[in-house]
Structure formats: structure tokens, C-alpha cells
Design a protein around this ligand. Structure first.
Ligand code: LUB
Length: 214
């Protein structure tokens, strides 16, 4: 079913949904293969350092096959960024399915984001392409607002339920968590290729998130 629409977060584009038609299903699988091959390259070499030929070679396809799904490198980069945004509603649904309280939902969401940054090339590529957005000839979704809006809503619920330390402003806490998390993953990526990301996340989790819990 439709992923929940969250501010700034794309749900799976219709073309990315599986189809009963075998021919369409094959096209879907090819599209996914190109997308993931591109994500691996964008994540490690960046937009400028990746060519459509590189993506075709990594996917074991011709350049023409790639262009069939994505008419330009810009369109491919935008598709990778949009695909990475679909990861977050899935995390939220998983947290909601566990019927967690609002503060524990925040913890579960950001724990999931840390795992994604550590292991998911599509998320790693999405983050890098947003930073390199000036190189991309298409407008990208506005970054960070989806997370800030969601965490503001959840932390407001947490405050209403007495789960937040007195005097903590939910919106300020949401902005601080997103900034601290994104900065943490960027420092880990720059210094250690994200090898220490989950340990660094535990420090941010303790010093920023647990520090504002009632
Ligand atoms: C706190 C995760 C922030 C999230 O992860 C990568 C990225 C791309 O800019 C994001 C965004 O724009 O929301």
C-alpha cells in the first residue's frame, strides 16, 4: 500500500512498483539494478567522478540500456536521491508497527538511519548527491526538512506525554538531532569511510537524545 506521505519524502515512484506483467517485471528489475549500481558509484566517487558508462559497466549492461531507464546522469542522480528518501517512511512504519511511544519511535527511527548510513549504498549516495546538488542539473528535494518535521511532531507528542525533559523545545531538539546525526555521519565518512559510524552514533544517541529524555 501507499507509503505515508511525509513532508519532503517521496514514496516509491509508480514505475518502481512490481508488476504482474513479466515483461514489465523484467524492466523493473533492470531499473533497480541500474539504480543500485549507480548508487554504489555515486556514494564512492561522487556525481562528477561517475559516468553513465561506468554505471553501465558496473550493471553489466550497455549505455543504451541505462539511457532507456534514465535519459541522463542528472535523471539517474535524482532517482537515487528519491529512492533514498523512500527508506525513511519504511522505518517509521516499522516503528509504528511496534506500537512504541513517541520518544522510543524517535530512537528507533534514528537507530535505523544509522544502520542505513553504515550499510546502505543508496542512502550513502543520497546524502553525498544532496551535498553535490550544485553539480546536478535538476532540482533535488529540499534536504533535511522531512526529518526535522517528523522529529518535531514526535518530540511534541513526547513532551505532551511527559517523555521529554522540562523546558526542552521539541522543534529545537528536532533540528539539533538532525544536525548532530548528519554531522556525525559526515565526519565518520570523511575520516573513516563510515567504519566507526555506529560507535559514533552511540555517543550522539547518549549525549543528545538520552540527555533530553525526562
Ligand atoms: C538525519 C538524516 C538526514 C537524511 O539522510 C540523508 C539526507 C540527504 O540530505 C537526509 C535528508 O535530506 O533528510
Amino acid at each position: 500500500e501507499e507509503q505515508p506521505k511525509l513532508a519532503g519524502w517521496a514514496s516509491k515512484p509508480p514505475s518502481a512498483r512490481r508488476s504482474p506483467d513479466l515483461r514489465q517485471d523484467r524492466a523493473h528489475r533492470t531499473r533497480e539494478l541500474v539504480l543500485h549500481s549507480a548508487a554504489e558509484l555515486f556514494a564512492t566517487r561522487g556525481f562528477h567522478g561517475t559516468s553513465v558508462q561506468d554505471v553501465a559497466t558496473a550493471a553489466g549492461m550497455t549505455k543504451g540500456a541505462v539511457y532507456f531507464h534514465f535519459p541522463s546522469k542528472d535523471v539517474l542522480a535524482l532517482a537515487v536521491v528519491e529512492e533514498h528518501y523512500t527508506r525513511w517512511p519504511a522505518l517509521l512504519e516499522a516503528a509504528r508497527a511496534r506500537k512504541l511511544g513517541p520518544f522510543d519511535t524517535v530512537l528507533t527511527m534514528v537507530d535505523g538511519a544509522a544502520e542505513a548510513f553504515a550499510h546502505d549504498a543508496v542512502v550513502q549516495a543520497g546524502a553525498r548527491l544532496q551535498i553535490e546538488s550544485n553539480l546536478i542539473g535538476l532540482p533535488l528535494p529540499t534536504p533535511y526538512v522531512g526529518w526535522i518535521d517528523l522529529l518535531t511532531a514526535l518530540l511534541t507528542e513526547a513532551a505532551d506525554q511527559g517523555e521529554l525533559r522540562a523546558g526542552v523545545d521539541p522543534a529545537a531538539a528536532a533540528r539539533t538531532i538532525v544536525s548532530a546525526f548528519f554531522g556525525m555521519q559526515h565526519v565518520s565518512a570523511t575520516l573513516h569511510q563510515r567504519a566507526d559510524l555506529l560507535e559514533r552514533w552511540q555517543e550522539v544517541r547518549e549525549l543528545v537524545l538520552l540527555a533530553i529524555r525526562a
